[in-house]
Design a protein around this ligand. Structure first.
Ligand code: UDP
Length: 238
Protein backbone atom coordinates (compact mmCIF):
# COMPACT_ATOMS: atom_id res chain seq x y z
CA UNK A 1 0.00 0.00 0.00
CA UNK A 2 0.85 3.66 0.19
CA UNK A 3 3.62 4.56 2.57
CA UNK A 4 2.53 6.61 5.53
CA UNK A 5 3.71 10.17 5.26
CA UNK A 6 3.70 12.85 7.87
CA UNK A 7 2.78 15.27 5.08
CA UNK A 8 0.91 13.37 2.32
CA UNK A 9 -0.25 16.48 0.47
CA UNK A 10 2.52 18.90 -0.32
CA UNK A 11 2.50 22.45 -1.59
CA UNK A 12 5.91 23.00 -3.15
CA UNK A 13 7.05 26.55 -3.89
CA UNK A 14 9.89 26.96 -6.37
CA UNK A 15 11.24 30.43 -6.90
CA UNK A 16 12.27 31.70 -10.28
CA UNK A 17 15.67 32.34 -8.79
CA UNK A 18 16.08 28.65 -7.96
CA UNK A 19 15.24 27.70 -11.57
CA UNK A 20 17.74 30.24 -12.83
CA UNK A 21 20.62 28.35 -11.18
CA UNK A 22 23.91 30.10 -11.86
CA UNK A 23 22.63 31.89 -14.96
CA UNK A 24 21.93 35.61 -15.01
CA UNK A 25 18.26 35.07 -15.89
CA UNK A 26 15.84 32.65 -17.49
CA UNK A 27 15.89 28.96 -16.70
CA UNK A 28 18.92 26.69 -16.34
CA UNK A 29 17.99 23.47 -18.19
CA UNK A 30 20.02 21.37 -15.76
CA UNK A 31 18.24 22.81 -12.72
CA UNK A 32 14.86 22.49 -14.44
CA UNK A 33 15.36 18.80 -15.16
CA UNK A 34 16.70 18.22 -11.64
CA UNK A 35 13.64 19.87 -10.09
CA UNK A 36 11.36 17.91 -12.44
CA UNK A 37 13.07 14.66 -11.44
CA UNK A 38 12.63 15.48 -7.76
CA UNK A 39 8.93 16.11 -8.30
CA UNK A 40 8.59 12.96 -10.43
CA UNK A 41 10.25 10.90 -7.72
CA UNK A 42 7.98 12.33 -5.03
CA UNK A 43 5.00 11.70 -7.29
CA UNK A 44 6.03 8.05 -7.85
CA UNK A 45 6.48 7.72 -4.10
CA UNK A 46 2.78 8.45 -3.68
CA UNK A 47 2.79 12.07 -2.57
CA UNK A 48 0.14 14.52 -3.75
CA UNK A 49 1.92 17.54 -5.16
CA UNK A 50 0.78 21.05 -5.91
CA UNK A 51 3.49 23.38 -7.16
CA UNK A 52 3.63 27.17 -7.17
CA UNK A 53 6.35 28.72 -9.29
CA UNK A 54 7.83 32.20 -8.95
CA UNK A 55 8.92 34.44 -11.78
CA UNK A 56 11.83 36.45 -10.42
CA UNK A 57 14.21 34.94 -12.99
CA UNK A 58 12.30 36.83 -15.68
CA UNK A 59 10.73 39.85 -14.01
CA UNK A 60 9.86 41.31 -10.62
CA UNK A 61 7.33 44.05 -10.09
CA UNK A 62 9.75 45.76 -7.71
CA UNK A 63 12.27 46.27 -10.51
CA UNK A 64 9.82 48.07 -12.76
CA UNK A 65 11.15 50.93 -14.85
CA UNK A 66 11.09 54.21 -12.93
CA UNK A 67 7.75 55.96 -13.03
CA UNK A 68 5.82 52.87 -14.09
CA UNK A 69 2.73 51.93 -12.16
CA UNK A 70 3.52 49.14 -9.70
CA UNK A 71 0.36 47.20 -10.50
CA UNK A 72 1.21 47.24 -14.19
CA UNK A 73 4.69 45.86 -13.48
CA UNK A 74 3.27 43.21 -11.16
CA UNK A 75 1.10 41.86 -13.98
CA UNK A 76 4.26 41.39 -16.03
CA UNK A 77 5.74 39.51 -13.05
CA UNK A 78 2.68 37.26 -12.88
CA UNK A 79 2.97 36.47 -16.59
CA UNK A 80 6.62 35.59 -15.97
CA UNK A 81 5.53 32.90 -13.50
CA UNK A 82 3.38 31.34 -16.22
CA UNK A 83 6.46 30.83 -18.41
CA UNK A 84 8.10 28.91 -15.56
CA UNK A 85 4.89 26.94 -15.00
CA UNK A 86 4.80 25.84 -18.64
CA UNK A 87 8.51 25.00 -18.66
CA UNK A 88 8.09 22.88 -15.55
CA UNK A 89 5.05 21.18 -17.05
CA UNK A 90 7.04 20.37 -20.18
CA UNK A 91 9.90 18.93 -18.14
CA UNK A 92 7.52 16.83 -16.04
CA UNK A 93 5.64 15.54 -19.05
CA UNK A 94 8.94 14.47 -20.61
CA UNK A 95 9.34 12.26 -17.52
CA UNK A 96 5.86 10.80 -17.98
CA UNK A 97 4.24 12.67 -15.10
CA UNK A 98 0.62 13.61 -15.53
CA UNK A 99 0.29 17.36 -14.91
CA UNK A 100 -2.14 20.26 -15.14
CA UNK A 101 -1.32 23.95 -15.10
CA UNK A 102 -3.89 26.31 -13.63
CA UNK A 103 -3.43 30.05 -13.87
CA UNK A 104 -4.89 32.80 -11.70
CA UNK A 105 -5.12 34.98 -14.82
CA UNK A 106 -7.13 33.24 -17.50
CA UNK A 107 -5.31 32.12 -20.61
CA UNK A 108 -7.37 29.21 -21.74
CA UNK A 109 -5.28 28.46 -24.81
CA UNK A 110 -2.35 27.36 -22.67
CA UNK A 111 -3.71 26.38 -19.27
CA UNK A 112 -6.82 25.80 -17.20
CA UNK A 113 -8.13 28.72 -15.19
CA UNK A 114 -7.68 28.28 -11.44
CA UNK A 115 -10.66 26.41 -10.02
CA UNK A 116 -10.12 25.25 -6.47
CA UNK A 117 -12.32 22.18 -6.49
CA UNK A 118 -10.95 21.06 -9.82
CA UNK A 119 -7.38 21.45 -8.58
CA UNK A 120 -8.17 19.27 -5.57
CA UNK A 121 -9.72 16.71 -7.89
CA UNK A 122 -6.51 16.64 -9.95
CA UNK A 123 -4.50 15.94 -6.81
CA UNK A 124 -6.83 13.10 -5.89
CA UNK A 125 -6.46 11.74 -9.43
CA UNK A 126 -2.70 11.71 -8.98
CA UNK A 127 -1.90 14.64 -11.22
CA UNK A 128 0.72 17.18 -10.31
CA UNK A 129 -0.95 20.59 -10.33
CA UNK A 130 1.19 23.61 -11.20
CA UNK A 131 -0.20 27.01 -10.29
CA UNK A 132 0.84 30.01 -12.38
CA UNK A 133 0.19 33.76 -12.26
CA UNK A 134 0.51 33.95 -8.48
CA UNK A 135 -2.68 35.10 -6.77
CA UNK A 136 -3.76 37.00 -9.88
CA UNK A 137 -3.43 40.23 -7.90
CA UNK A 138 -0.74 42.88 -7.93
CA UNK A 139 1.05 43.78 -4.67
CA UNK A 140 1.39 40.13 -3.69
CA UNK A 141 4.26 37.66 -4.04
CA UNK A 142 4.34 34.08 -5.21
CA UNK A 143 5.23 33.08 -1.64
CA UNK A 144 1.89 34.53 -0.59
CA UNK A 145 0.23 32.81 -3.56
CA UNK A 146 1.79 29.54 -2.40
CA UNK A 147 0.57 30.04 1.17
CA UNK A 148 -2.91 30.81 -0.16
CA UNK A 149 -2.96 27.74 -2.40
CA UNK A 150 -1.62 25.60 0.44
CA UNK A 151 -4.56 26.69 2.59
CA UNK A 152 -7.05 26.23 -0.26
CA UNK A 153 -5.70 22.78 -1.15
CA UNK A 154 -5.67 21.74 2.50
CA UNK A 155 -1.99 20.95 2.09
CA UNK A 156 -0.23 19.35 5.05
CA UNK A 157 2.95 21.32 4.53
CA UNK A 158 4.35 24.28 2.64
CA UNK A 159 7.75 23.30 1.26
CA UNK A 160 9.84 26.24 0.23
CA UNK A 161 12.49 25.00 -2.15
CA UNK A 162 15.57 27.20 -2.08
CA UNK A 163 19.25 27.17 -2.94
CA UNK A 164 20.25 27.08 0.76
CA UNK A 165 19.89 24.35 3.38
CA UNK A 166 17.46 26.18 5.63
CA UNK A 167 17.08 29.32 7.70
CA UNK A 168 20.23 30.77 9.29
CA UNK A 169 20.76 33.42 11.98
CA UNK A 170 22.81 35.40 9.44
CA UNK A 171 23.77 35.02 5.80
CA UNK A 172 25.74 31.75 5.45
CA UNK A 173 27.31 33.02 2.22
CA UNK A 174 28.88 35.94 4.12
CA UNK A 175 29.45 34.60 7.66
CA UNK A 176 31.46 31.48 8.34
CA UNK A 177 29.83 30.89 11.73
CA UNK A 178 26.24 31.28 10.58
CA UNK A 179 24.02 28.89 12.53
CA UNK A 180 21.18 26.96 10.91
CA UNK A 181 17.91 26.57 12.77
CA UNK A 182 16.25 23.14 12.80
CA UNK A 183 12.97 24.55 14.13
CA UNK A 184 11.49 28.03 14.46
CA UNK A 185 8.15 29.43 15.52
CA UNK A 186 6.19 31.70 13.19
CA UNK A 187 6.54 34.40 15.84
CA UNK A 188 10.32 34.07 15.99
CA UNK A 189 10.53 34.49 12.23
CA UNK A 190 8.58 37.75 12.43
CA UNK A 191 10.16 39.15 15.59
CA UNK A 192 13.75 38.39 14.55
CA UNK A 193 12.97 39.42 10.99
CA UNK A 194 14.45 36.18 9.63
CA UNK A 195 14.40 36.03 5.85
CA UNK A 196 12.01 33.12 5.32
CA UNK A 197 9.33 34.83 3.30
CA UNK A 198 7.22 37.97 3.43
CA UNK A 199 4.93 38.70 6.37
CA UNK A 200 1.73 38.16 4.40
CA UNK A 201 2.82 34.64 3.47
CA UNK A 202 4.01 33.75 6.99
CA UNK A 203 0.80 35.11 8.52
CA UNK A 204 -1.36 33.02 6.19
CA UNK A 205 0.57 29.87 7.11
CA UNK A 206 0.40 30.70 10.80
CA UNK A 207 -3.32 31.40 10.79
CA UNK A 208 -4.02 28.15 8.95
CA UNK A 209 -1.52 26.12 10.94
CA UNK A 210 0.48 25.05 7.93
CA UNK A 211 4.09 24.20 8.78
CA UNK A 212 6.66 25.78 6.49
CA UNK A 213 9.73 23.78 5.56
CA UNK A 214 12.72 25.58 4.06
CA UNK A 215 15.17 23.24 2.36
CA UNK A 216 17.65 22.85 -0.47
CA UNK A 217 16.06 21.46 -3.64
CA UNK A 218 19.42 20.69 -5.14
CA UNK A 219 19.94 17.79 -2.71
CA UNK A 220 18.47 14.58 -4.07
CA UNK A 221 15.46 13.03 -2.36
CA UNK A 222 14.74 15.94 -0.04
CA UNK A 223 11.06 16.28 -0.96
CA UNK A 224 10.29 12.65 -0.06
CA UNK A 225 12.47 12.77 3.07
CA UNK A 226 10.79 15.96 4.21
CA UNK A 227 7.33 14.47 3.60
CA UNK A 228 8.31 11.59 5.89
CA UNK A 229 9.09 14.15 8.58
CA UNK A 230 12.87 13.81 8.36
CA UNK A 231 14.92 16.83 9.30
CA UNK A 232 16.19 18.14 5.97
CA UNK A 233 16.14 21.90 6.55
CA UNK A 234 14.30 24.28 8.85
CA UNK A 235 10.70 23.81 9.96
CA UNK A 236 8.64 26.84 10.90
CA UNK A 237 5.58 25.93 12.97
CA UNK A 238 3.76 27.18 16.07
N1 UDP B 1 3.31 38.82 -8.50
C1 UDP B 1 2.16 39.52 -8.20
N2 UDP B 1 1.15 38.90 -7.53
C2 UDP B 1 1.23 37.61 -7.10
C3 UDP B 1 2.43 36.90 -7.39
C4 UDP B 1 3.44 37.54 -8.09
O1 UDP B 1 2.01 40.69 -8.54
O2 UDP B 1 0.28 37.09 -6.51
C5 UDP B 1 4.35 39.46 -9.32
C6 UDP B 1 5.29 40.40 -8.56
O3 UDP B 1 5.60 41.49 -9.37
C7 UDP B 1 6.53 39.54 -8.38
C8 UDP B 1 6.56 38.75 -9.66
O4 UDP B 1 5.18 38.49 -9.93
O5 UDP B 1 7.69 40.32 -8.24
C9 UDP B 1 7.31 37.45 -9.62
O6 UDP B 1 7.00 36.76 -8.45
P1 UDP B 1 8.06 36.60 -7.23
O7 UDP B 1 8.95 37.79 -7.16
O8 UDP B 1 7.30 36.24 -6.01
O9 UDP B 1 8.89 35.35 -7.76
P2 UDP B 1 10.10 34.55 -7.06
O10 UDP B 1 10.85 35.50 -6.16
O11 UDP B 1 9.48 33.44 -6.29
O12 UDP B 1 10.89 34.05 -8.23
Amino acid sequence: GRPAYKYPRVLLKISGEALQGKLGGGVDPGVLSHVAEEIAEAHRAGLQLAVVVGGGNYFRGASAPKGMDRAQADYVGMLATVMNALLLQGALEALGVDTRVQTAIEMREVAEPYIRRRAIRHLQENRVVIFGAGTGNPFFTTDTAAALRAAEMNADVFMKATKVDGVYDCDPMKHQHAKKYDKLSYRQVSVDNLQVMDETAITLCKENNIPVLVFNVMDRGNVVKAARGENVGTVVAS
